[in-house]
Design a protein around this ligand. Sequence first.
Ligand SMILES: C[S@@+](CC[C@H](N)C(=O)[O-])C[C@H]1O[C@@H](n2cnc3c(N)ncnc32)[C@H](O)[C@@H]1O
Length: 219
Amino acid sequence: MTASPSAADARRLAVASLAAGDPTGWFERLYAQARDGQAEVPWDVAAPSAHLRALDLPAGDGRRALVVGCGPGRDAEHLGTLGYAVTAFDISATAIDLARTRHPASPVEYVVADLLAPPQDWRHGFDLVLESNNVQALPVGIRARAIAAIGALVAPGGLLIVLAAATSRVDSDGSGPPWPLTRDEIGAFAADGLRAVSVTRVDAAGTSLPTRWQALFTR
Ligand SMILES: C[S@@+](CC[C@H](N)C(=O)[O-])C[C@H]1O[C@@H](n2cnc3c(N)ncnc32)[C@H](O)[C@@H]1O
């Protein structure tokens, strides 16, 4: 399959970044090149995730939500409209600038932060944590750390939503990102006090990927 121009931009930068031993540096480079009209960000679409909307979440009633790897903020804004008090973070300062510029009147707090070294006071701090499409953009070598770091953000009684591309292959074919998640990788979120509420494989509405994970965990 021929990659779209935006996917090719992402892969070109990801390959160079990984070869340099920097698995996350390419995100900032991609957003910065896109800002300067030299690349496209393949996941930068206006609409919130269809898979998130399909969950039909109840009103937030001021409960605290955290959006991991929020990019320009599409899902953070969606959770804000549902009444959550949303914090949304990304490792890319350019992505956070873009989110703030696009949503100038938003109540969402947009923060530059690294999932692999999050602020300590975020630990067990959020009633709802959304992980959508981020772990699949990380190479296998740092996924276990990322998965554990995401789980640690969920408060007692809170809910973790994991949305990701799915694969049955144990070995990556190397053509990512994205590198879809295996069932074992989804299962790894159920650790350190988190337990699975449901793990479902769903059709990938509107994408070229065969199936997706929709997984819910609570503490
Ligand atoms: C594939 S994109 C998905 C963006 C968004 N979640 C969505 O579904 O539209 C992955 C995002 O995670 C961010 N990211 C990657 N590594 C990160 C890290 N260690 N900490 C925080 N954000 C990270 C990237 O900058 C990028 O915005």
